[in-house]
Design a protein around this ligand. Sequence first.
Ligand SMILES: NC(=O)c1ccc[n+]([C@@H]2O[C@H](COP(=O)([O-])OP(=O)(O)OC[C@H]3O[C@@H](n4cnc5c(N)ncnc54)[C@H](O)[C@@H]3O)[C@@H](O)[C@H]2O)c1
Length: 251
Amino acid sequence: MQLAGKVAVITGSGSGFGEGIAKACAREGAWVVVSDINEEGGHRVTEEISTAGGAASFFKADVSDGGDTQALIEFAQSQYGRFDILVNNAGVGHLRKPMTEVSEDEFDRVFAVNVKGIYHTAKAAVPVMLEQGRGVIVNIASTGAVSPRPGLTWYNASKGAVTTLTKSMAIELAPHHIRVNALNPVAGDTPLLPTFLGEDTPENREAFRASVPLGRLSTPADVAAGVVFLASDAAELITGVCLEIDGGRCI
Ligand SMILES: NC(=O)c1ccc[n+]([C@@H]2O[C@H](COP(=O)([O-])OP(=O)(O)OC[C@H]3O[C@@H](n4cnc5c(N)ncnc54)[C@H](O)[C@@H]3O)[C@@H](O)[C@H]2O)c1
């Protein structure tokens, strides 16, 4: 087991990639705090982990709210008595459309969750990790940060911020033995996918699939495998990396 006895907090883990990450971390022996703004999804994932023999608790938190993220990290510590891994997975998109047609509200929401959410979790988690002299953070960015495509300009920009802040956090925190890495998944068939497709048609799905050299979309299991590796001690010399999980899409 690659994460035995470690405590992992995973934001946005009531669905999609986050659900896969939470379940994989639990299978690898971690005590998992499932966190999401969506209580129903969060409770479901937590119960499914427990039923499968894993250790998990749910804590409702909106990552765009600094009070919520502070309470989330305090919950993890009080629940399990330690805190090792933070996965910043919660994210939202805007509908695929020309950049000038994205409303200010949509723009603000994308940045409040995808970028400021990581600011908030960092403010809560990094002081704890600094005091411990150890910790691992994995941020979920996107291929949109590396190889942006039309119609998702502001979402792509938010993920560009995630890859830059990942490297900046990594260099600032390296002297304290805190590692910070990111994953750049290609499109995956989660509840978020229809947002990226614009119109959810078989043709649009096929166009996405055909853009991936290895011939398929990503899955929560693909993304979770990357998180487990980067969070494990096997990756103890890896920091500041933004790893594509994309079937060659960004080549
Ligand atoms: N699905 C894709 O094609 C794709 C590709 C690349 C990157 N990503 C990124 O992967 C991450 C997970 O996305 P997903 O595809 O699994 O989508 P998803 O919608 O299935 O999951 C996102 C989860 O985040 C939660 N969430 C939304 N706003 C929140 C907030 N303010 N606070 C806490 N939780 C919140 C949602 O309730 C949901 O459970 C996101 O960061 C997304 O940008 C997705």
